[in-house]
Design a binder for this molecule. Structure first.
Ligand code: ACO
Length: 425
């Protein structure tokens, strides 16, 4: 029985295929082929098993930029009684556009064509650089930002599109499979809902040809839903977010998130950026990036902690908790000045709960362990928020249990903040 049952996450093999002339510029360890999904239950069922084949390989390839698809299904044997065999192709066809390539030769020909012709759709809204993995840029490090014209630089670009962007619907139909394969409980969005917005991240590579040709390769994307926000604003809700495995853990998720945040900041009609039901890894990414942003915000930090900038962009800390002697105490207290906080929250366009969590992290980072009054004020501030947030549950407990539960939650929140703080150091 076991030999006829394949794990669908292992059997499904994904590749991002580049034309041979685009592979020439890749580094030794730079490979975008043969990676696997994290989830296939939305396609092959809860058990993530495919029944009826021996040595099954479901080979699904994408042209690296255009995402044109090729599907080939191989196996060494099939179970004799044909009625019980799973229909792999038929099942997958419900989730991908059916105009995919079925022969390798035709697909590779198309990859060549797309490699020359494909350009991102929509408007470019953000770009950044990384040192090429292939470069001899020793000491520059993969996450180092380089000038765009540095010969060791690889440029990454974020493009913004909507359903109205020509050809984008077709492009989205090719990329949406990644939502099912990598986001737990992810599902397809409806093309009938007109308002969706998208940001797509591409790697831009230069070929060693004269004249030099630039080519684009898909890295990941996010779909964003704009909500009307009374009376004349829009609240952006980041709904789906994925970076493909060959590009993960290199800071691209952070860069894509930053690009969306910068986009929200730049649009006067957008009031705030929120996130829909974030996965744990994404929550961490968001916390890390938001916290770094606030720490680097000299005005906010100076007002918040009664600190002064030394003129070189770095914030210099004055003695805290001894405000009487050194001048004004910062607005972050503790306790923090609520009106001041709300003013900044609106300006920074961060959602309420997230902003208050970040502020609590900042205060925790700056707490003087010998200042018991400050520690108490901080504890009360956090507990007040936790009480409001968990009101429905807490109100059902008697007072003693309620206080114990609040203290327990406060301690675990504090530990979690410390974990996030440690990540950015
Ligand atoms: C709203 C929603 O959609 S929630 C769903 C979110 N999406 C998913 O879960 C889909 C599957 N996962 C993914 O797409 C990705 O893993 C994401 C989006 C969660 C993260 O994307 P990444 O590009 O890997 O993020 P990024 O590289 O910025 O940070 C991830 C980790 O890499 C580390 N990292 C960042 N830069 C580098 C680098 N240059 N070298 C090594 N590690 C690095 C970070 O410190 C972080 O470490 P951690 O995982 O221990 O916290």
């Amino acid at each position: 029985m076991a030999q006829w049952t394949a794990d669908s996450n292992e059997a499904l093999t994904l590749s991002l295929v580049r034309a041979p002339k685009d592979k020439e510029v890749l580094g030794e360890n730079e490979t975008y082929e043969e990676f696997h999904p994290t989830f296939t239950y939305p396609i092959f069922g809860e058990d993530e098993k495919i029944y009826g084949y021996n040595d099954l390989v479901v080979d699904l390839r994408f042209a690296s930029g255009s995402l044109t698809q090729f599907l080939d299904i191989r196996h060494s044997a099939t179970l004799a009684s044909s009625s019980t065999i799973d229909d792999v192709r038929g099942t997958l066809e419900k989730f991908i556009p059916t105009n995919y390539y079925k022969t390798e030769e035709a697909f590779l020909g198309r990859v060549e064509e797309d490699a020359d012709a494909f350009r991102p759709l929509g408007q470019k809204i953000y770009s950044y650089t990384r040192a090429a993995p292939s470069s001899a840029a020793k000491g520059k490090g993969v996450a180092t930002a380089l000038a765009e014209d540095d010969k060791d630089a690889v440029v990454f670009e974020v493009w913004h599109a909507t359903w109205k962007t020509p050809e984008f619907k077709e492009y989205h139909r090719r990329m949406q499979l990644f939502i099912l394969l990598y986001i737990e409980a992810g599902s397809y969005i409806s093309e009938d809902e007109e308002v969706w917005e998208f940001v797509v991240l591409f790697q831009k590579r230069k070929r060693r040809t004269t004249p030099m040709t630039e080519t684009y390769h898909f890295v990941g994307y996010s779909s964003i839903y704009p909500f009307y926000c009374f009376p004349d604003k829009i609240r952006l809700r980041l709904s789906q977010f994925v970076i493909l495995p060959p590009y993960q853990h290199q800071g691209h998720g952070s860069a894509l998130y930053t690009s969306i945040y910068q986009y929200a900041l730049s649009q006067p009609t957008i009031s705030e950026l929120t996130v829909e039901d974030p996965a744990e890894a994404f929550e961490d990414l968001r916390d890390r990036n938001d916290l770094k942003m606030l720490l680097e915000h000299t005005t906010f930090m100076a007002e918040g902690f009664g600190e002064s900038s030394n003129g070189g962009g770095r914030v210099e800390r004055r003695k805290m908790g001894r405000a009487g002697k050194t001048g004004t105490k910062g607005r972050l207290g503790p306790p923090a000045d609520k009106a001041w906080l709300e003013n900044w929250r609106r300006q920074l366009k961060i959602a309420g709960r997230q902003f208050h969590r970040l502020v609590e992290m900042l205060i925790q980072m700056h707490l003087d362990p010998t200042d018991l009054r400050a520690a108490r004020a901080y504890r009360l501030q956090v507990k007040e928020r936790l009480y409001r947030f968990n009101y429905e549950v807490l109100v059902q407990l008697d007072e003693k249990e309620r206080l114990e539960k609040l203290e327990e939650t406060f301690q675990s929140v504090r530990e979690d903040y410390q974990r996030i703080i440690n990540m950015i150091h």
